[in-house]
Design a binder for this molecule. Structure first.
Ligand SMILES: C[S@@+](CC[C@H](N)C(=O)[O-])C[C@H]1O[C@@H](n2cnc3c(N)ncnc32)[C@H](O)[C@@H]1O
Length: 255
């Protein structure tokens, strides 16, 4: 039976079904918004201007698609998520014990790159670059507590802040937290939702706080970022997985 409560916040600590999430959203790279997401991450890094020592991925979830293009352009990678089950899945991926395969997503990205590399080689490179998998709570002033991270060169994030925010001020607060994690001159590459209010994981509904494109851009500008690229995509998908029909990609630089 479907659980009609709209889950958010600490529910990610206790109720998030990482396996169901992976099965629903990370089986086919051609389904839903995935081609847009993978293509936008690819394009952002393909030009070669976004690179650096440390890449931080915020709200990684149980998936590594957001680092597939980016890993190539940074020396080391930090994955960070609030949910312990997601961090557990990432640890399994890192130690090669995860049964879920990202091969099809890797093939998609390698094709975009025009690369003849095979997925397992790219994946091994990605694993080798992972320095740590951190707990992160964007609702906190000190999101990595009890750990501390010096500002990084590049941040990637996919569909995270709309899961944390409950209104415009809380999104703006999270955006400031994320901006504070970047070095001056560092880059943020992000994809997320425009509008909408929920997405499904198994039979559970999770909150996705929907903002307009203008509200989202304003939040990042207020956080001290210069927007270099903003793109929106209206989706025609009607797959019962939620009420989100518009997505954005953002490339921004901390000034
Ligand atoms: C919709 S999922 C996105 C996961 C993945 N990045 C993707 O694109 O599929 C939202 C993610 O936000 C994370 N999250 C929820 N609350 C959070 C918080 N307070 N701080 C940081 N991350 C949080 C969840 O654990 C989950 O992995």
């Amino acid at each position: 039976m479907t659980d009609l409560r709209l889950l958010h916040g600490d529910d990610y600590n206790t109720l998030f079904d990482s396996q169901a999430y992976l099965t629903s959203y990370y089986t086919d790279p051609m389904s839903g918004v995935m081609p847009f997401v993978l293509s936008e991450f690819h394009e952002a890094f393909a030009e070669g201007n976004i690179k650096g020592g440390v890449l931080l991925d915020i709200g990684t979830g149980p998936t590594v698609h957001s680092t597939m293009s980016a890993s190539q352009h940074c020396d080391s990678v930090i994955l960070a998520d609030f949910s312990p089950t997601n961090r557990g899945i990432l640890a399994q991926w890192h130690n090669r014990s995860l049964s879920h395969s990202f091969d099809k997503h890797l093939e998609f990205v390698l094709k975009l790159e025009g690369s003849s590399e095979i997925p397992s080689v790219r994946e091994a490179m990605m694993r080798n670059k992972v320095a740590c998998i951190l707990h992160c709570d964007l609702r906190k002033d000190d999101p990595f507590s009890p750990n501390w991270l010096p500002p990084v060169d590049v941040i990637t994030s996919s569909h995270c802040l709309e899961s944390v925010a409950v209104d415009v001020p809380s999104y703006e607060y999270c955006a400031k937290r994320v901006a504070a994690m970047l070095k001056t001159g560092g880059h943020l590459v992000m994809v997320g939702c425009v509008g909408g209010s929920y997405y499904m994981v198994g039979k559970r509904c999770y909150s996705s706080y929907g903002m307009t494109g203008l509200e989202l851009q304003s939040a990042w500008k207020k956080a001290g970022l210069q927007i270099m690229k903003w793109k929106e995509l209206a989706s025609t998908a009607n797959d019962q997985s939620g009420d989100i029909y518009k997505y954005f990609s953002l490339v921004a630089r901390k000034i």
